[in-house]
Design a protein around this ligand. Structure first.
Ligand code: SF4
Ligand code: SF4
Length: 441
């Protein structure tokens, strides 16, 4: 085995190990949430995933961004099929190992090149929209320095990867034409052949071209492995989580609130003495916080809400249709989801550092204010708009439940309603004896 193959194997193994470690960490964090069963109506779930995640049906509601995103997504996924060949070549020291596919190989490489240039252009347009045109939803309050940098980095990175791929092919194509040793004639190069002409590759000597080809080959594969390991630290983890997140979507009507089985059992027992009261709640696992009514911290949200938080693409489509946000209220559903993820990461770091959970004196309310929570009208426009079926309303409602049921802190308007329900058995400030008075007028 050559030195280059050994180096390649070491880099590849290290990248896979680090990525696996981070994925396990994120999985552990998601499983800190409460259990919820989202495995019913399986055929409906598969169909939904095919439509929303694979077919990107919600992305194209905004056609320009949607189509550009489909190009980048297809480019990223399909071109990376070619990574399989790079890995085999890297390990065994071969060159274009799939070239035995003949005409089909030429078709593949040619298609990859067209997709690569389209992805390049789409990423450049995305950068211009974000940083030159400064589209409003990319510059709102929660889009602080890191989310903006993250988006810029990933787009730049994809442009660099596509450039390396095309440059590598351009050098390879020229070397094939020269009959250079090792560079067997294989593939079709509709884009890189043009690039080779513009860059004057034909007038360069073979050793320079081999240097360019090898540099781009290593840049491309190390870049892809680096990209893979960047994902768990970035909103771009949605590339991996979008599919399961859509599969586990809430299939019940959007406005239907989740049940609280203990509370329901207690009410039933109060109304019907023949029903025994529910057993007291189980003791929390050692080191874990006690169970709450509603959500005080990430432990009280469902694992699906936590998965939602890691799936958020920070696109801001939810906030851009939120009536509360549009009328100048503090609420931004995107911020709710991002804050949940940031808090979950914070909790995960404590567990990593101490080996178990130790109260750090913070919770979701350290990031999300009551004013934001009570601004929500529960219209669900945000869940409808989200391209990966995230449900910010569930987080909002669970946090409100905690405020009402454990802190006795409903919003002032709800307080008035609670009082009238208590006194009059209805939401209106009239006694039951006065209800029909309107009919006498
Ligand atoms: S449900 Fe709440 S957060 Fe979502 S769009 Fe409506 S008001 Fe905004
Ligand atoms: S919750 Fe959905 S719509 Fe809102 S920013 Fe995240 S991915 Fe976009």
């Amino acid at each position: 085995m050559s030195i280059a193959s050994i180096i390649f194997l070491l880099v590849f193994a290290a990248a896979v190990w680090w990525f696996t470690r981070n994925v396990r960490r994120i999985r552990r964090n998601i499983l800190l949430g409460k259990d919820v069963d989202r495995t019913d109506r399986r055929s409906e779930r598969w169909a939904l995933m095919a439509k929303v995640a694979l077919g990107q049906s919600k992305m194209v509601v905004r056609p320009v961004a949607g189509l550009l995103h489909i190009v980048v997504y297809a480019g990223f996924v399909i071109i990376n099929i070619e990574v399989l060949e790079i890995i085999i070549d890297g390990i065994f020291g071969t060159h274009r190992v799939f070239s035995f596919l003949g005409g089909f190989y030429s078709f593949l490489i040619g298609s990859f090149e067209v997709l690569a240039i389209l992805t390049w252009v789409a990423c450049a347009i995305f950068l211009v929209r974000r940083f030159v045109l400064r589209i409003k939803r990319f510059w709102s309050r929660e889009m602080t320095a890191w989310p903006r940098t993250d988006a810029g980095l990933i787009l730049t990175f994809e442009i660099l990867l596509m450039s390396a791929f095309l440059l590598m092919n351009a050098a390879d194509h020229t070397l094939q034409g020269m009959g250079a040793e090792h560079y067997i004639s294989a593939g079709a190069f509709p884009v890189s052949a043009l690039l080779a002409g513009w860059l004057g590759f034909g007038s360069m000597d073979a050793s320079t071209l081999i240097g360019i080809e090898r540099f781009c080959w290593w840049f491309h594969i190390i870049g892809i492995l680096g990209f893979l390991n960047y994902l768990p630290y970035s909103k771009h983890f949605h590339i991996l989580l979008a599919f399961p997140n859509v599969w586990y979507s809430k299939l019940k009507p959007k406005t239907e609130m989740s049940e609280m089985p203990r509370v329901a059992a207690e009410v039933k027992s109060m109304l019907d003495p023949s029903i025994p009261p529910p057993a007291p709640p189980a003791e929390p696992a050692p080191g874990m916080p006690p169970e709450h009514f509603g959500a005080k911290d990430v432990f009280d949200l469902t694992w699906k809400s936590l998965m939602d938080s890691y799936t958020c693409t920070e696109c801001g489509r939810c906030t851009s249709v939120c009536p509360a946000n549009l009328t100048g209220k503090l609420l931004s559903p995107r911020k709710i989801v991002m804050d949940t993820r940031d808090r979950l990461e914070e909790v995960g770091k404590v567990i990593d550092a101490k080996g178990k959970w130790e109260d750090d004196g913070k919770d979701l309310f350290s990031r999300i204010s009551e004013e934001e929570l009570w601004a929500c009208t529960t219209c669900n426009a945000c869940t409808q708009a989200c391209p990966v079926n995230i449900d910010p309303v569930e987080i909002i409602l669970d946090m409100r439940r905690f405020l009402v049921m454990e802190q006795s802190k409903p919003s002032p308007s709800l307080n008035a309603m609670f009082t009238t329900i208590e006194n009059n058995g209805a939401a209106w400030a009239f006694g039951p004896d006065q209800r029909m008075k309107w009919s006498e007028e």
